[in-house]
Ligand binder design. Structure first.
Ligand code: T5A
Length: 268
């Protein structure tokens, strides 16, 4: 494991780190992609990534976690394996990108461990707090969107999107009460950290959700409002469908983000 890392510089001397959280089928993957497209259209270098996963070794752990192989070891062991995947993801994808000035948009992050393994799994909050602090090693989101919708709506979306030959994963197959508990847990996280978290009504159509997210990015991360679109750039109107749960991580483009350093708010 790499030695202890130097702390990340504050914004705007690095890329911004944005996470999307919420229950199954809330639209996190869809909105991560739309936000990255909006940023790139304004000549801001951005990658999308996901958890569990986001680096080759973490993707291997993802397969194991979602297969349910760790379930019998209990929620505490699951939390540790999610943390192991997160360490590799941070070391090999997130931190290098942020330091290169690339914005990182991550589909799930540490709040998912708080909600799934903490609120529902019953893992001791003190243990999770220490685990989170050690795992993140200073790499904390600047902004987190909690996509909020009734559990049954999200599960229906996830089911409709699933390829016919595939089955539910280890977490989708939990009872509805599990997913309602998760929803309350995410709302509690957002209420406790309003400076970091924004709750978005995810029952709205994709375009409306994307607008709400963009408005918050502009007001929270750009002191002067939305950055202008780059000349000759267009926002993609491609399909927002997530094909058979395939990995959707983009390649990192390590060019520094061209946003003006004076137009961005510093979020410590
Ligand atoms: N987990 C993860 C833990 O337990 N602990 C942890 O620490 C971490 C990091 C990951 C699982 O691991 C657990 C949580 C999860 O159970 P996953 O496959 O990545 O598994 O699961 P999800 O993150 O839940 O991914 P989903 O694909 O189920 O949900 P998304 O990404 O929220 O939804 P998305 O964008 O794929 O959209 C689903 C469908 O809805 C449509 C889309 O087109 C798509 O068909 N859609 C909309 N339809 C109508 N209106 C809208 N506004 C829509 N937005 C999207």
């Amino acid at each position: 494991m790499p030695a202890a890392q130097a702390p990340l510089p504050p914004l705007p001397h690095r890329g911004a780190f944005i996470t999307l959280e919420g229950g199954e089928g809330a639209g996190k993957t869809t909105q991560a992609r739309r936000l990255a497209e909006k940023l790139r259209a304004r000549a801001i270098t951005a990658i999308t990534t996901r958890e569990p996963g986001g680096s080759p070794r973490a993707e291997v752990l993802r397969e194991i976690l979602l297969s349910g192989l760790i379930k019998d070891l209990g929620a505490k062991a699951e939390a540790i394996v999610f943390a192991a995947a997160r360490i590799d993801h941070i070391d090999h994808t997130i931190r290098p990108a942020l330091l290169a000035g690339t914005w990182v948009i991550c589909d799930r992050f540490a709040d998912s461990t708080r909600a799934y393994q903490g609120s529902f799994g019953g893992v001791d909050p003190g243990f999770l707090e220490v685990l989170e602090r050690t795992t993140l090693d200073g790499v904390r989101p600047d902004l987190t969107f909690v996509l909020d919708l009734p559990a049954e709506v999200g599960l229906a979306r996830a089911a409709a999107r699933r390829a016919p030959e595939t089955t539910t994963d280890r977490f989708e197959s939990e009872a509805l009460g599990f997913h309602e508990t998760l929803r309350r847990s995410y709302l509690a996280i957002a209420a406790a950290e309003p400076e970091r978290c924004v709750v978005v009504d995810a029952t709205a159509d994709e375009g409306e959700v994307a607008e709400a997210i963009w408005d918050a990015v502009c007001s929270r991360l750009f002191a002067e409002g939305a950055p202008r679109k780059a000349e000759n750039s267009r926002e993609s109107s491609g399909s927002t469908r997530k094909p058979g749960k395939k990995r959707e991580q983009d390649e990192a483009h390590p060019a520094p983000a061209p946003r003006s350093t004076s137009s961005s708010k510093t979020l410590a």
